[in-house]
Write a protein that binds this ligand. Structure first.
Ligand code: GTR
Length: 416
């Protein structure tokens, strides 16, 4: 490595160490992330296919893996009918957007006692014929994804705001992460929800959000990521009743912790037609056994509410995991899956995100699909698209127009 590379490494190590010391939950022990491939402990990945010989054998094996990943990592359930019927309580008046190319429709949906605000940005053509959509949570409220005065603010608990209330001043502040105009011009809609409407993202002992009705999970039951994934399925229940959306063509999308969520949503609910993981990293697409960047111990210590109690057994014991992220990705097969990384997002281990796609490919091939078209990590900025798609782009942990260009092309190919 050249001196600049070494300096970057050191800088990243110092940065991540600083991030740890600032985190109250992780303060008890310093953590220095490893970014050196040479220091990865030797590992063997669990054989995803095992004795599966034909496509017919896969559903039983898939169910076994799914139950194991649920019990040991994300937590089982909730049942699809937990919390009672999901119902649309009200629909706001449609509002034209993008000079009439599209419209905004907002719903209030009741999910396990919580009012969830659903924002749908749809092409005008949806009024004639239901359209395929991207469905994904946002981090800071529907009003942050698009700058429009008609978009309602969430009333639930907000992260990263002093009084934890949504602010009018934040309208549109995350719009660079949501290529709404490009989606609409390509004939897709976007359905988005603030994830805190389902479960506020802090270690609250599972007392808030839908947990008020669903109760506190046992060690093998759904923690926050699985609860968010469940919330996406409940929104899909609603979309099945919405005439402007084709619920059979819903691509579930998520970035970072919400990318871990979209993967688990796609693994848990086969109604999702396509799954996108943007920079999902540890506990998402990245192979845990590599222990590059964020590790199982680090994530469980910083965010104890994300994964179920049983997952803590694997702190610094990655080799004992009975599966790894390639098995998680395989649960999505044969449905199209896109995994994306970013060069500067080393904390999420881009190579580990790519390798789990390579390792999931045999399942995709067995099921008669094209799988991943390459076994070599593509050059920066090149998108490889088969039934599994992958790219690594320049830049940091984020969602960019480049990412969306690839997702729209991939979804056009598979859902249109
Ligand atoms: C980080 C966390 C990552 C990722 C990210 C995010 O702090 O370590 O696993 O999920 O947050 O969601 O923004």
């Amino acid at each position: 490595m050249n001196p600049t590379g070494i300096a970057c490494c050191l800088f990243a190590v110092v940065l991540s160490a600083t991030a740890v010391s600032q985190n109250a939950n992780a303060q008890n022990r310093p953590f220095v992330a490893n970014y050196d491939e040479a220091k990865i402990p030797p590992y063997a990945l669990p054989d995803v296919l095992g004795d599966v010989k034909s496509a017919d054998d896969w559903p039983a094996k898939r169910a076994e893996w799914r139950d194991l990943i649920a019990a040991e990592m994300f937590g089982k359930g909730p049942a699809s009918d937990a919390g009672g019927d999901v119902s649309v309580r009200s629909q706001l008046d449609d509002v034209a957007i993008l000079d009439g190319a599209g419209f905004l429709r907002q719903l209030h949906v009741q999910i396990a006692g919580e009012t969830v605000r659903v924002a749908m940005f749809l092409p005008e053509s949806a009024k004639q014929q239901p359209v395929p959509v991207f469905l994904g949570y946002n981090f800071a409220g529907n009003h942050t994804v698009f700058d429009h005065p008609a978009i309602e603010l969430p009333t639930s608990w907000m992260r990263n705001i002093d009084d934890h209330r949504a602010r009018d001043a934040d309208r549109g502040k995350s719009s660079s992460r949501w290529a709404i105009e490009a989606m609409i011009r390509a004939g897709f809609g976007l359905v988005t929800i603030y994830y805190g409407d389902i479960d506020p993202d802090f270690d609250d002992g599972f007392e808030n959000g839908v947990h008020k009705v669903l109760g506190k999970p046992a060690d093998d039951e759904a923690a926050s990521i699985a609860t968010w994934a469940w919330g996406l399925s409940r929104v899909l229940d609603v979309l099945e009743q919405v005439d402007v959306v084709d619920a059979k063509r819903v691509a579930v999308f998520g970035h970072s912790r919400l990318g871990k969520t979209s993967l688990w949503a796609g693994a848990s609910d086969q109604r999702f037609a396509l799954v996108i993981s943007n920079d999902s990293g540890c506990g998402g697409a990245a192979l845990s056994r590599r222990q590059i960047g964020e590790t199982v111990w680090r994530i469980n210590t910083s965010f104890p509410h994300w994964f179920c109690g049983n997952f803590k057994k694997y702190n610094e014991q990655e080799s004992k995991l009975p599966f790894d992220s390639h098995v998680l990705l395989s649960l999505i097969a044969p449905r199209p899956l896109y995994v994306a990384s970013a060069v500067e997002d080393r904390w999420a281990d881009p190579k580990g995100e790519f390798l789990s796609c390579v390792e999931a490919d045999p399942v995709y091939k067995l099921l008669g699909t094209e799988g991943l078209p390459t076994t070599e990590m593509p050059p920066v900025g090149e998108s490889q698209q088969g039934t599994i798609g992958y790219h690594i782009r320049e830049g940091k942990h984020d969602v960019t127009d480049f990412d969306w260009q690839q997702y729209i092309r991939f979804a056009t190919r598979h859902l249109k």
